[in-house]
Design a protein around this ligand. Structure first.
Ligand code: ZN
Length: 167
């Protein structure tokens, strides 16, 4: 297990569309394990492979551990099969945009399928914070960040605040 450095925006690896994982190898299992360790240490509730510089469709999340026992989930090649028309808006932080919270509109409920690190297929309906977190992490696999969800004026203000905080 190893803690990996987390890339911060505007690293261009955060803006790439990641290709599918074609085979679940020991390298992928190690990546998932290292990403979970990195996420817990951050501390965060979700982390996508491009955030540690690996352009593959893999993310990890655990939306329970801050309030109870750990419940780590590794999603490989995740797909949203269905999303509710009902939406929800909540402030989202991102380990790659430290110090900035952005209100993002998301589907309130989604049905996802994915493969886990053992190769097992899953299909589950997610609601609440888990649905928000999964959509946020899936965005990363398509090179999107929370800033891509706001209009140009709000984005400019947020980018200025981010630049100031990092100066
Ligand atoms: Zn993020």
């Amino acid at each position: 297990m190893a803690c990996l450095p987390i890339l911060t925006w505007p690293d261009e690896r955060l803006t790439q569309t990641c290709p599918l994982v074609t085979e679940i190898t020991d390298d992928i299992r190690q990546l998932a394990s290292d990403m979970l360790e990195t996420m817990y240490a951050a501390p965060g509730r979700g982390l996508a492979a491009p955030q540690v510089g690996v352009l593959k469709r893999v993310f990890v999340m655990d939306t329970d551990w801050k309030d109870g026992p750990r419940n780590p989930i590794t999603m490989i090649n995740p797909v949203i099969e269905w999303a509710s028309d009902e939406t929800t808006i909540a402030p989202e932080g991102c380990l790659s945009i430290p110090g900035i919270q952005i209100e993002v509109k998301r589907a309130a409920e989604i049905r996802m399928r994915w493969i886990d690190e053992t190769g097992e297929k899953h299909r589950e309906t997610l609601t609440g914070f888990a649905a928000i977190c999964a959509q946020h992490e899936l965005d990363h696999l398509d090179g999107l960040i929370t800033l891509d969800h706001v209009g140009p004026a709000e984005r400019a203000a947020l980018e200025a605040r981010y630049a100031e905080a990092r100066a």
